[in-house]
Design a protein around this ligand. Structure first.
Ligand SMILES: [Zn+2]
Length: 666
């Protein structure tokens, strides 16, 4: 390769990688998987090694990693948060160890082996025994101050039994169950799914609304300890020190005294990773002796005494049995692969989404061909490519559907969109999807009307539109004779339909399925307009001037209210006493501070309204003056007469840390 060719290729790779890095770190929405990203960055590194004169200071290889977003206050790390070099094979580990041996003088080095949790790096700063700050890694030098959110993580203590200034680092993550639960809810709400737990954890920790963070049960494993007053000799002792301070450590961490033990550890967890409650994407090996670490030293961006062994993505071959389209609520066609069942990363995979026709044609996937399948981010099944052998050549080239599989309407596709659409308003598939959507948890939340029940009622023509749901009682005789559907199920169904009439406006609004109106937008609109009549009268100009709405959405809302059948639907729902008024946010009556009264006084780290919101959302109340009936006085610095009064009346006085501890039920 000439220098000129290399220069062009390097530029292309950098552009691509910068875009991917932004998607990954800033938008939490990667378009390529980790393996592809890693492969490309290695390609760039190789080229830069060959042509060192082409390395520029702004090349992505010169940065440690992420990009700092503007939403949170920035924090400069006292010690940079370095990233680790990656390896993908045992041979590469042998090479790494040889480099270490050049300094230590032996190939028998002692390493700690720590599972590499698929989460987000965090740095915790404790001072005077209290958690002062929680900071993300950011670009390694400057991170984001996410303290308020970190405080909601149950496994991170707000105070520790040491007055020293201590920095503790580790990984914030979501367990597999939590991750599945969040994606399930997002699916019901029509929100885009998180590709993997790392993105879900990052998205959660960088939420501006700490209430959402608290709901999501983030967890944290800590592994790094800095304390200038108490230097530690080994990495393993650091971990013990962290444990003694009451923070959570990963119990799978081991010391490997020989290369053989390193190899066994890798083999063991390559097998066992699927059984763990959390996702891991590799193993981190660190030279255990801290003095030796310093002697081995650092490259410009990574320590030379530690390495991340990454698991290869498991790729299996199986037969593509069929490609079939499904119709979404908006008429969008999604193609799906039916696969011969195959075990990948611990579960049986028998289906995968193929997105749209262009996706299939670009990969030239053919029915009955043998395809390579993996799980993107180890979670979502993905067809990578077809094996293009002689047998493949004999298979007919796949052709896209031209008619809707549900109603035979000719499918439409505009030149700007990749997806095909069924535009028939009476398409049965779309109606069924919109009924399912109305009944879903994020919308009307009609528990008794699950997927199978609503399908049956729709097929029997007992429910053909949303309003019919509220007339279902008329068909009692018919319904209780359904297979597996007795009197009891019917009563439950009627009860949950009745209950759904009292939902706050945003739920019903979301359920109506106006195009582009997701659950968040529905809430914003409900908060602003309070009820459906005000929303109906809102003009395009008014709507499009709302920050989170914009022109496309505004147009979609205005258009929806122009359609006569939609207005009829609203009137009909009103006649069944379905609520269309905004009732405010639901309160958590299960909270430890439910029905407790608080007086807030003095200067706190956040505004009084901030604490008032938290208390009220947890069904507590905030009152102006202290009396014998007051449960707690939340006192900040420079608290005055109210504090004195509380002490006189023997009312419990708490500080911010104690407040959060009570809230967590500690
Ligand atoms: Zn159709």
């Amino acid at each position: 390769m000439t220098k000129e060719q290399a220069s062009k290729l390097i530029n292309d790779l950098r552009l691509k990688l910068n875009e991917w890095a932004k998607e990954y770190y800033v938008l939490d929405n990667p378009s390529v998987d980790d393996a592809e990203y890693d492969k490309t960055i290695h390609q760039l590194l190789d080229l830069e090694n060959q042509f060192p004169e082409l390395i520029t200071s702004d090349s992505i290889t010169q940065k440690v990693g992420g990009i700092v977003s503007d939403k949170f206050e920035k924090h400069t790390h006292k010690y940079p948060m370095l990233s680790l070099g990656d390896i993908f094979s045992w041979d590469e580990f042998i090479n790494f160890n040889k480099q270490v041996a050049k300094v230590t003088g032996t190939e028998n080095n002692e390493y700690t082996a720590e599972l590499k949790i698929d989460g987000l790096s965090i740095s915790l700063i404790y001072k005077d025994g209290v958690l002062q700050k929680g900071v993300t890694r950011g670009d390694g030098k400057v991170g984001e101050n996410v303290t308020t959110n970190v405080k909601t993580i149950k496994s991170i203590p707000l105070s520790i039994p040491s007055k020293d200034e201590i920095e503790i680092r580790g990984e914030v993550f979501l367990g597999k169950k939590e991750f599945a639960k969040i994606n399930e809810e997002r699916l019901l709400n029509g929100d885009q799914l998180f590709a993997n737990p790392r993105n879900a954890a990052a998205g959660t920790l960088r939420q501006l609304d700490s209430k959402i963070v608290a709901e999501r049960n983030l967890d944290a494993y800590l592994y790094y300890y800095f304390n200038e007053n108490n230097p530690i000799n080994t990495q393993f002792d650091s971990i013990n020190q962290i444990k003694n301070l009451g923070l959570k450590i990963n119990k799978e961490t081991k010391i490997c005294k020989t290369l053989e033990e390193v190899k066994l550890y890798i083999e063991y967890y390559t097998e066992k990773r699927n059984e763990l409650d959390y996702e891991i994407d590799g193993i981190v090996f660190k030279l255990n002796d801290k003095k030796l670490q310093e002697e081995v030293g650092y490259t410009a961006k990574t320590p030379k005494w530690a390495i991340a062994y990454k698991f290869p993505a498991e790729v299996k071959q199986t037969k593509l049995l069929d490609i079939f389209p499904t119709v979404g609520r908006t008429g969008k066609i999604t193609y799906n692969a039916k696969l011969e069942p195959v075990q990948i990363a611990g579960t049986t995979v028998s289906a995968a989404s193929l997105n749209n026709a262009e996706y299939i044609m670009a990969k030239d996937l053919r029915i009955n061909s043998i395809v390579k399948v993996k799980k993107a981010g180890d979670i979502i099944p993905e067809v990578i490519s077809a094996i293009k052998d002689e047998k493949f050549d004999l298979l007919p080239i796949w052709e896209k559907d031209v008619q809707c599989p549900a109603c035979n309407e000719l499918l439409e596709k505009t030149s700007t969109e990749v997806d095909q659409f069924c535009v028939n308003f009476n398409c049965p598939a779309q109606i069924l999807r919109s009924l399912e959507h109305f009944a879903s948890r994020g919308a009307a939340n009609i528990v008794g009307l699950g997927g199978q029940t609503i399908k049956k009622l729709f097929e029997e023509k007992l429910i053909t539109n949303i309003a019919d749901i509220f007339k279902v009682e008329e068909h009692k005789e018919n319904i209780i004779n359904f297979e597996k559907f007795g009197e009891k199920s019917f009563e439950n169904l009627i009860a949950s339909i009745k209950e759904s009439k009292n939902n706050s406006f945003e739920k019903t609004l979301f359920g109506l399925g106006i195009r582009h109106v997701g659950s968040k937008t529905a809430l914003t609109l409900a908060q602003i307009y309070k009820n459906i009549d005000n929303l109906k009268n809102a003009t395009y100009e008014e709507l499009s001037s709302i920050d989170s709405v914009g022109e496309v959405l505004a147009m979609s809302i205005v258009d929806w209210f122009k359609i006569e059948s939609n207005l009829q639907l609203i009137n009909e729902l009103k006649s069944f006493d379905v609520n269309f008024e905004y009732l405010g946010q639901a309160k958590n009556t299960e909270s430890t501070i439910s029905e407790k009264s608080f007086v807030i006084t003095g200067t706190l780290s956040e505004s009084r309204d901030y604490f008032k919101d938290i208390i009220e959302l947890n069904n507590g109340k905030v009152i102006g003056s202290v009396s014998k009936k007051t449960d707690y006085v939340l006192a900040g610095e420079n608290a005055g007469s109210k504090l004195t009064k509380a002490e006189e009346l023997n009312v419990k006085v708490i500080n911010e840390e104690e407040f959060f501890a009570i809230l967590k039920g500690e």
